[in-house]
Design a protein around this ligand. Structure first.
Ligand code: PMV
Length: 328
């Protein structure tokens, strides 16, 4: 049996701007998705998942090979597309597989839950078939799933999930690892709203195309914030980093991606002592991040929970995708 795991991410700066080739800083956090995979003696791929609600589906291998995969639910189709791409490229999909997916990452909250599943899933399949691969191969495969799930992804989610740590990312240039230590807690506040990344990205782009001269200035301001944030990270200046998170949130709010629930959590976290707080990911609901020192963590967690959010404490993780063989 093979087991692969990959981390969730937070975007510290630059979500949405990154879609239009501006800079973003993303960090992997210590919540992970796990994929277990083993051959079985049938002609079926069986996928069971504890995401949303526990369920199992069985798909004949020949349907995956031929690409006849679009009759399945939107949560399963991207996984089948990854298998189809794998089979087209490597011509190896010749045995049944039992696949089980378990994730501790809140779904649809801007924390890269789907990318983490796709990255772990891709790595598990490559390893199970003993294909020689590197992290770029994993990202390439996982990105097929991301494209189907999200329309026009910048690629930042799959990249950070595969590599871990803190990355400076630009669509046209790829990424640079920021070799900085950031040990302070990152508090997540999740709102109950459901939204789609693709819808939020389209909403922002529509507004940008309507007001190009205003939006060009806002987009340039993002890159200035990122520049300052790199310096703050290098000098471990958490106070400055918090202020920059607040400024970044102001910009993101001007793109129209904040909601009353997100604002409530952001102000609750700031008032409870956070250095700074902002929406993370696509917005329209989903998650906020707040940075703080250890002494204010419990009051920030309480403030988020008291204001209708689900608070989770997380830390940046250097560990990207990991894959191992193990006995059952
Ligand atoms: O899917 P989310 O909520 O993690 O958002 C991803 C970040 C965006 O910049 C909004 C989209 C993208 O593809 O980069």
């Amino acid at each position: 049996m093979v087991v692969a795991s990959a981390p969730a991410k937070v975007i510290l700066f630059g979500e949405h701007f990154v879609v239009e080739d501006k800079f973003a800083i993303a960090a992997a956090i210590n919540l992970r998705a796990k994929v277990f995979a083993d051959f079985n003696d049938s002609n079926f791929i069986s996928i069971s998942s504890d995401i949303n609600s526990p369920n199992t589906i069985k798909i004949p291998i020949n349907m995956i090979i031929s690409g006849d995969i679009h009759r399945y639910s939107p949560s399963i189709t991207p996984l089948l597309l990854i298998l189809h791409e794998f089979s087209s490229k490597h011509h190896l999909l010749d045995r049944g597989i039992d696949i089980s997916i378990k994730s501790e990452i809140p779904m649809g909250a801007g924390l890269g839950s789907s990318a983490a599943v796709f990255v772990a899933f891709s790595a598990a399949i490559l390893k199970l078939y003993n294909v020689k691969f590197n992290l770029y191969d994993v990202i390439e495969l996982a990105s097929k799933g991301e494209s189907l799930a999200h329309g026009k992804p910048s690629g930042i989610d799959a990249t950070i999930s595969a590599f871990g740590g803190i990355l400076l990312y630009r669509r046209s240039q790829g990424f640079n690892r920021l070799n900085v230590k950031f040990n302070a807690p990152i508090i997540l506040g999740i709102t109950p709203e459901h939204r789609s990344t693709a819808d939020m990205v389209n909403k922002v782009l529509k507004l940008k195309y309507k007001y190009p001269s205003i939006f060009n200035l806002i987009y340039d301001a993002n890159d200035k914030i990122v520049e300052e944030a790199i310096n703050a990270l290098i000098s471990s200046d958490i106070n400055r980093l918090g202020e920059l998170l607040n400024i970044s949130h102001g910009l993101l709010s001007s793109l129209g991606i904040s909601t009353l629930n997100l604002e409530r959590l952001i102000y609750a976290a700031r008032n409870a002592g956070a250095y700074g707080a902002k929406v993370t990911g696509a917005g329209g609901g989903g998650a906020i991040i707040a940075i703080s020192n250890e002494s204010t963590v419990s009051s920030i967690l309480k403030a988020i929970n008291d204001n209708g959010g689900k608070a989770i404490i997380s830390y940046i993780s250097d560990y990207g995708v990991n894959v191992d063989e193990c006995s059952n």
